[in-house]
Design a protein around this ligand. Structure first.
Ligand code: SAM
Length: 271
């Protein structure tokens, strides 16, 4: 069931709002004055995508007063994780086998979302191609990447990231037969969450309203295994079943997530 999605823009961004309205096939409404008052006046269901002076944000309308969900490469928590030394300690970096690789690895992140994992992988030195099929989430990603261009400290990271709007299923199938296969394919599809923390609530609600639950996620594993030259890494909640019911070669347990690792080929010694 898809929940209602509204598109709003401040008057200064009306032209971009109109372009987005055509792209997303959503009517545009302009808001004046305080956005929070305008959001409170809307029915409390679904989400609102809002072009504000500070960027594109997605709001859960059933959580009045909650902040915007954005792709924000320079925010405090993600910014901290993106320091090159810090990124090397991230579980996703270890799971993808980046640390001991002799040269920067090519990673295809098939499930961009808010781009956090892709950014951490790029900060750790990988060359990351990242895809997103939801046009709304893809708009957030494009907006976040455009704003990041204004931050000189992020330019090196951005040079390691290529964003492709589109469905990864078709992209993986095309990659498998190409000369340009990624070493690693990374999959982090949505999964029904029971976590009640405020942040998870806000992000999960807007993601559910916009993309649903990725019920077709199982279908990504087989083409991912054909496309990757080294490994496929699947992020799952700790107690979730294996993707497509397929047992991984090994699993890396984290505090809140598990990384199932499917080795495709024997890596070089020490990797
Ligand atoms: C849980 S989020 C990923 C979060 C991301 N790893 C991060 O760090 O922000 C899952 C995302 O994958 C996207 N997705 C799921 N299946 C996809 C597919 N076949 N092709 C492209 N994107 C897909 C969904 O639209 C959703 O935005």
């Amino acid at each position: 069931m898809s929940l209602p999605l509204r598109l709003l823009a401040c008057p200064a961004r009306e032209a971009e709002g109109k372009a987005l309205s055509v792209r997303l096939d959503l009517p545009l409404a302009l808001y004046e004055g305080a956005l929070k008052d305008c959001l409170r006046a809307l029915p409390a269901a679904g989400a609102a995508l809002v072009l504000e002076p500070e960027g594109l944000g997605l709001y859960a309308l059933d959580l009045p007063g909650s902040g915007a969900v954005r792709v924000q490469l320079d925010d405090g928590a993600l910014g901290f994780r993106l320091g090159a030394e810090r990124a090397r300690h991230e579980a996703v970096v270890k799971a993808c086998g980046l640390l001991k690789a002799p040269a920067p690895l090519k990673v295809f992140d098939a499930t961009a979302g808010l781009l956090r994992d892709a950014c951490v992988l790029a900060a750790a030195g990988a060359r990351v191609r990242v895809a997103e099929r939801s046009p709304v989430i893809a708009a957030l990603v494009a907006d976040g990447l455009a704003r990041a261009q204004g931050h000189p400290e992020l330019l090196a990271l951005l040079a390691h990231l290529e964003f492709v709007p589109g469905d990864s299923l078709a992209l993986l199938e095309a990659m498998a037969d190409s000369a340009d296969r990624p070493a690693v394919v990374y999959l982090d599809p949505m999964f029904p969450h029971r976590d009640k923390s405020a942040l998870v609530k806000k992000e999960m609600r807007v993601f559910r309203a916009v993309v649903g639950e990725d019920a077709d996620a199982d279908a990504l594993l087989a083409p991912a295994l054909r496309a990757a030259t080294r490994r496929v890494v699947v992020k799952r909640p700790r107690h979730a079943p294996w993707l497509a019911g397929r047992k991984p070669s090994l699993a890396q347990e984290g505090k809140s997530a598990r990384f199932d690792i499917y080795l495709v080929a024997a890596p070089a010694a020490g990797v």
